[in-house]
Design a protein around this ligand. Structure first.
Ligand SMILES: N[C@@H](CCC(=O)N[C@@H](CS)C(=O)NCC(=O)O)C(=O)O
Length: 223
């Protein structure tokens, strides 16, 4: 069995979407950050970072993994091969292929640039000492996120298909949908960009995303 430790709507979403896409058997374990359950002694023993998500793969010697992007890369590599899951093998492009290189490029960009900026937007008080400075940090983070969304929107129009890598969906799309959802309270949310508007609607209609939202108890507005 695979266990995903989650708190609704957090960085657990991308791995959750992927578990659904791949049709794997898994168990969700709730660690509610709004109740500080990620800071309990029991959870910190499992994940000393005190962050969500955490994946434990009992099919693979109880492998324990954090970092949402790393979990997605691991799950795709382990469970989306032609040998075991041919219908979903596009989630695991061949090593050194153009698709894999582009996948790495997107995953690095999304996790260390857009996701990092979103963390500044949501937790500005962690970066400064007073409320006025925190408000400024938040405003600047939102401006930088807007620049990134403009870049992503343009790239989508050149991808050659419905997804970031072109014709086939990849883990980068699942990750991007999660991050775009987090912009829904911004002055110009991701859904307001011309390419992203249709892209997010298509992604939202996938059963993997519908099921994950239902299981995590997430309600409208979804993105
Ligand atoms: N880089 C990490 C970020 C993990 C992270 O910051 N998760 C948030 C939820 S989205 C969290 O656990 N926040 C609780 C806190 O920082 O106290 C990842 O992608 O997994």
């Amino acid at each position: 069995m695979i266990q995903l430790y989650y708190s609704p709507g957090t960085a657990c979403l991308a791995p959750h979407f992927l578990l659904e896409e791949l049709g794997l058997a898994y168990e969700l374990v709730l660690v509610d950050t709004s109740k500080q359950q990620h800071q309990t002694e029991a959870y910190l023993k499992l994940n000393p970072k005190g962050k969500i998500p955490l994946l434990i793969d009992q099919n693979n010697a109880d492998l324990s993994l954090t970092e949402s992007a790393a979990i997605c890369l691991y799950l795709a590599e382990k469970y989306a091969t032609h040998a075991t899951n041919a219908a979903n093998a596009h989630f695991n492009p061949a090593p050194a292929s153009l698709q894999r290189a582009q996948l790495y490029q997107w995953m690095m960009y999304l996790s260390n640039t857009l996701q990092a900026e979103l963390l500044s937007y949501f937790y500005p008080e962690r970066l400064c000492d007073d409320a006025d400075s925190a408000a400024q940090v938040k405003t600047h983070a939102e401006e930088r996120v807007a620049q990134m969304l403009t870049y992503i929107d343009t790239q989508l129009s050149h991808s050659g298909g419905d997804f970031l890598l072109g014709v086939d969906i990849s883990i980068a799309d699942l990750f991007l949908f999660m991050l775009c959802r987090w912009t829904r309270g911004m002055q110009k949310p991701a859904r307001a960009y011309p390419q992203l508007a249709g892209y997010l609607e298509r992604m939202f209609n996938r059963p993997s995303i519908q099921n994950s939202f239902a299981q995590e108890g997430i309600s409208a507005p979804y993105y």
